[in-house]
Design a protein around this ligand. Structure first.
Ligand code: XMP
Length: 516
């Protein structure tokens, strides 16, 4: 039996917390996948899910252009859980009535459970109140035939429902968010009691299945992998290496935009701590030449991406016939999310984008079903050390997009020195692992200062530190003032050419994490 034989399918109606539903289910060691609500019945059947979750979403079921999934899913005999919009849609499609509520319900609410079977099995019944998290403007006014109310809240007389005979359950609140204190218990009841899944989706079973898959696909052919030293590419390399050993060659390109000592430490790590075969290319001069006098952020990104592809292609060509490229695509990049459909990309991200088509390489993407935290867990299970696994993300274009304006040797030196201090202070204070990313940015302005009674007119460094789960949204980190103070003092004292340090207090959106 493959580890994916049992899965819970989530139909996405555009909720911001759809991904959380998948994570919460996977935390129970049951595999879960997100698909757009438009998925056809045939596609859905082909996946053979053990259960279906209808996610929340911003629409109203009675809108003309409301997102509506195929009502025939209720005929498949598969257990279904509706959450928020999903609950309303279930009622709407099965004969109930949903209307705009007089008062909307956002945030924490108290839930009274009136029925302790199905979803609420094992949950303390009324009069106990359970804290749940609500976010809705519509509410279920009339339940569909065959259903009964299993919980209520002040503003939602039908806060939870179940069908009396069929395995259909629905909740107006969000069990996937941490503020719903009984959320995990409810999801466990759904996946284990209603869907009869077994908790078999572990990292070991994932590795076993993925190794077998890679072996079968690759046969005796050669695979290359662009290694950056970041978590994703390191885990991909370790995973593919576990499957096909010396048929894998990794290529590390130093594009001259790396942090101080980074190339040396990445290469040292892979050579000393792993059996990977790594070719290392020093292309510093080439990249700096390509970036000369280029200040436009997108143009910089394009040139760095293009340069990378060119060098990678040249090196791969020297290896003879290569058929596959192993790449660290993660699940959030794969999900065809309803929320983001149709929106233009904000920045062109290009690790190795464009390579497969140009080089006619087939892709191996062993992480495409995983979230970032799962990739870390996989890396540890594969035996990579914590220092490689808990590194903060570092963008492919490197310091090139942290120097505002043109990239020069002099400006790279300033930024590298400042960056070392930020990392050093973040690590020694214990904050490095608490935040998503923390780094220095060199601004394209000079300001007046005074050092030793002498007027200075020098560069400004901005510190950026953000908290995030997946980089889609982020908030600036509330770092302690004394830590910020130490970073500032050290940069101004130790980095020649800098006389001012500022802290970036913007969230994403509307800003982005990187400045370019
Ligand atoms: P933004 O700036 O878009 O960044 O909020 C989101 C996350 O992506 C990283 N990032 C990149 N990673 N190639 C990468 O491999 C890129 O071109 C790139 N641009 C941004 C960024 O560091 C953050 O973690």
């Amino acid at each position: 039996m493959s580890v994916h034989d049992e899965k819970i399918l989530i139909l996405d109606f555009g909720s911001q917390t759809t991904q959380l539903i998948a994570r919460r289910i996977r935390e129970q060691k049951v595999y879960s996948e997100i698909h757009p609500y438009t998925m056809s019945l045939d596609q859905l059947r082909a996946l053979n899910p053990s259960g279906i979750v209808l996610s929340g979403g911003p629409a109203s079921v009675y809108d003309d252009d409301a997102p509506i999934s195929d009502p025939a899913i209720f005929e498949l005999g598969i257990p279904i859980l509706g959450i928020c919009y999903g609950a309303q849609l279930m009622m709407h499609q099965l004969g109930g009535r949903v209307e705009q509520a007089k008062s909307r319900e956002f945030g924490k609410a108290e839930l009274s459970v009136t029925d302790t079977s199905a979803l609420f099995a094992g949950i303390t019944p009324a009069p106990a109140q359970h804290q749940v998290w609500m976010s809705h403007g519509d509410r279920i006014e009339e339940i569909a035939p065959g259903f009964l109310v299993t919980a209520t809240s002040a503003n939602s007389p039908c806060a939870a429902l179940r069908h009396e005979e069929k395995p259909f359950v629905a909740v107006q609140f969000h069990p996937e968010v941490a503020h719903t204190l009984i959320g995990t218990d409810l999801l466990k009841n759904f996946i284990f009691s209603l869907c009869h899944c077994k908790p078999t989706w572990t990292m070991d079973s994932f590795i076993e299945a993925t190794v077998a898959e890679i072996k079968a696909k690759v046969g005796a052919d050669k695979v290359i992998c662009a290694l950056s030293g970041g978590v994703d590419s390191s885990v991909v390399a370790a995973m593919v290496h576990r499957a096909i050993g010396s048929q894998l060659t990794c290529i590390y390109v130093n594009n001259g935009l790396m942090r101080t000592g980074e190339s040396e430490s990445v290469l040292k790590f892979f050579r000393e701590k792993t059996d990977l075969h790594v070719i290392d290319i020093n292309a510093e001069a080439y990249f700096l030449e390509q970036l000369e006098n280029i200040a436009d952020p997108e143009e910089k990104r394009k040139r760095i991406g293009y340069g990378f592809i060119k060098i990678f292609e040249e090196e791969a060509g020297k290896l003879g016939e290569v058929k596959y490229l192993a790449q660290g695509t993660l699940y959030p990049d794969v999900i065809e999310s309803v929320v983001f459909r149709g929106k233009a990309p904000i920045k062109s991200h290009h690790n190795v984008g464009g390579l497969p088509e140009r080089m006619k390489l087939a892709l191996i993407e062993p992480l495409r079903e995983l979230f970032k935290d799962e990739v870390r867990e996989l890396g540890l299970t594969l035996g990579l050390p914590e220092e490689a696994i808990y590194r903060q993300p570092f963008p492919g274009p490197g310091l090139g997009i942290r120097i505002m304006g043109a990239v020069t040797e002099e400006r790279l030196t300033i930024l590298r020195q400042a960056d070392v201090i930020v990392l050093d202070e973040m690590k020694s204070s214990g904050w490095y692992r608490k935040v998503w990313q923390s780094f220095a940015v060199l601004l394209p302005i000079q300001t007046v200062g005074v050092m030793g009674d002498v007027r200075t007119y020098e560069h400004v460094i901005a510190i950026r530190s953000v908290d995030s789960r997946d980089a889609m949204t982020a908030d600036w980190s509330q770092l302690p003032y004394d830590l910020l103070g130490r970073i500032s003092t050290r940069i101004i004292n130790e980095v020649r050419g800098v006389n001012r340090v500022v802290y970036d207090i913007s969230s994403k959106p509307p800003s982005t994490i990187e400045w370019e």
